[in-house]
Design a protein around this ligand. Structure first.
Ligand code: VGL
Ligand code: ZN
Length: 196
């Protein structure tokens, strides 16, 4: 029964000065680096979008960032262009330790966004992380990173549903808080049995 640390999207575009900056986002770097010392299994996720990604407002001429649209799988928030593959914005924060076991990229299919580290936003396409963790005998997860109310929360909810014992380290997370999304995410995680 081993535990893994999953570090969600600690990338330049989610830090101050980035394209989709999370307030105080870079404050997660120091606590996450400290947590890495305590875990044998460390996984980092990296939001990794092609240009023209359907989650970008720029791909929908009549839409502005932070509006929503209907994609094939349902309602999708439209974001500023961010974490474009190979750009500096997609790189990990320069002070983040990246000597983990696995770097998992997500959001690379142009037509499907992927907040969760387990399932893409169509809720069907898998990333393969569950199989990886199962093969490594991992049953407990600690999640940290950006953003609390999107990629961290979606990952925590999927992990709880898949049967992992899930803890979110709020000290090592920061949120976007779009129209009450932070409160909603906290309530949903609590209801799913996630610990904080
Ligand atoms: C994220 C919005 C769009 C996140 C990623 O990492 O929480 N949020 N892409
Ligand atoms: Zn994204």
């Amino acid at each position: 029964m081993t535990a893994a640390l999953i570090v969600i999207d600690v990338q330049n575009d989610f830090c101050p000065g980035g394209a989709l900056a999370v307030p105080d986002g870079d404050a997660v770097v120091a606590p996450i680096n400290a947590l890495m010392e305590q875990y044998d299994t460390v996984i980092l996720t990296q939001d990794w979008h092609p240009s023209g990604h359907q989650s970008f407002a720029s791909a929908h001429p009549e839409k502005a960032p932070f509006e929503t649209t209907e994609l094939s799988y349902g309602t999708q928030v439209l974001w500023p262009d961010h974490c474009m593959q190979g750009t500096d914005g997609a790189a990990f924060h320069r002070d983040l330790r990246t000597d983990g076991d696995l770097i998992l990229r997500k959001g690379f299919r142009a037509a499907i966004d992927s907040y969760s580290a387990f399932f893409e936003n169509d809720r069907k396409t898998v990333t393969g992380l569950h199989g990886y963790l199962q093969e490594r005998g991992v049953s407990r997860l600690l999640l940290a990173g950006l953003a609390t109310d999107f990629c961290v929360a979606y990952s925590a909810l999927d992990a709880a549903e898949l049967g992992y014992a899930v803890t979110v380290d709020l000290n090592a997370c920061r949120g976007i808080d779009l129209d009450g999304s932070l409160d909603a995410a906290m309530r949903n995680m609590q209801a799913a049995g996630v610990s904080f």
